[in-house]
Design a protein around this ligand. Sequence first.
Ligand SMILES: [Zn+2]
Length: 601
Amino acid sequence: MSSLFLPGVFMLLSIVLSGTMTFGQTKSNGLMDIGVAQVDITPEGPIRLTGYAAREKSESKGVIHRLFAKALAFGSDAQGPSILITVDLVGIPGNITLKLAEQLSKKVGIDPAQLSISASHTHGGPEIGILNILQARGKTFSDSLLSLDELIHISHYRHQLSEKLEQVALAAIDNRKPALLSWGQGQAGFARNRRTSGGPVDPSLPILRVADPDGKLRAVLVNYACHGTTLGGDVNRIHGDWISEAQQRIEANHPGTMAMVAIGCGADANPHPRGKIEHMRAHGEEIAKNVETLLASPLQSLTSPPVGKMKWVKLPFAHVPGIPELIALTSDSSAKGYFARLALERIARGHDIQKELHYPVQVWVFGDELAMINLAGEVVVDYSVRLKNELGAEKLWINGYTNDVPSYIASRRVIREGGYEAESSMYWYDKPSPFVEAVEDIIISAVHELLPASLKTVRPETNSPQVVVADADDIIELNAELARAIGPEIKYMPEWKAFGWFTEADRVEWDVEVKRKGKYDVYLEWSVSDEEAGKPFVFEAGKRKFNGVIGKTGSWFTYRDEKIGTIDLQAGKQMIVFRPLSASAKGALLDLRTITLKRMN
Ligand SMILES: [Zn+2]
């Protein structure tokens, strides 16, 4: 493992710097009915754009990227189909998702848990819901309404969006035909923690690949945890930011293919660098390039269509102001004062102030191979770190900004620290206060509750070395869990079931009991970034040994399983060692998950 990105807490680092997917063997050649459809959702004319308070107070002037809603429909009618939609928008209002779920339930019998809509969070899309940001005037807020034309354009757009989402969902259902589905993870590197320099980000880049039975690519869904804020508020033209750039490049690389992007727990991550069109293009290029690497690697087959489960939880606000407090706040010139004035208006019209947020948590399970966790709102990175530590990073895919974007979803740590994502953003989102710290546990518990037992096996925090005995077929599985790690940096990473921080001063040893002497083929399952690959290693069993070089896998998140050599083994107890050829060089050697020995006949 390298020491590239983040100093700080190991728990965070282990997600960033190591990684895995068990690639190699695909489990089955099973086909799944999958439908693919898209619809252009670019506004027809000028409209107020959202995302930045500091933006020209006029409607959009032109288009850099067309915006799209893109849908995948999975599974036959008998299996109970599900629909995954991505939209190139800043968010997806919860009531639009609910309305679509109701329509699809009536028209094609889709369960609401089997519908997900993920927004890209581009800051170059039209306003679709919360108007507060458009009321900002420098450091103050205007209480006067937007012009009637502007309100009409926004309302008309919302109405059209609802219709187009139904169209694209039904088109994907109609378009279903047998397909191959697979997934894997790589990584990308342009997200930066925007609260703390060098703070945690989730660099994982999972992809879902949909191909015809003959292997021709039909669609690819990518996820990365980063804001769509490469371009700033000075740009008043419709655009999808790096997300549209990535989609366009992937589609250009594979004519006829549909590329979709969903966003992970990137609420506290901005792209770096940012500000210029060429930065946006470079980020899109990085995603597209890494997707190409993944598409060329062996991916894990998914043969069971997703089964969705959903739970609505209540996220309490820390403080709901009473009327005297709201009145006192009316003179505040910030978003908080604007919230207070709006709240008083609502109270005067007979409504109550929300005490808690009704929050949807959704989990889609693809057999035993993958759990896709769909979280609403702008979710900070700590949720990804925690879920991957608890449940294992090799089977998890986390979408934020999904089904609703009611506010930021801060973690316990971020709420304690305060700042924009924890507090001030809440007033922009028309909420009365920060959340209580317990929201983190409420959301994580709901995810655990929705997952089947097969996808939440408890992971030991540490490995436990023990003697490995050959099985009846003379296959010896040397897992990281069973090895002894020796050296200054090496650590067992439960979320990947692998040794990370495996530098050139580190080694691992297994005590092995070989039943039959003979020649054994040696297979290594490992990952390494392309930058760190290429260092020599030694594999030793008693006096026998061979050398090799660590091959590239594409990223710390992409594991490969390949034969690395052959060795003569004596019967009986012995020690097997995997180590660097030189203990003095600098840098990371690899992340090591398993070495498998198979006796040659
Ligand atoms: Zn945001």
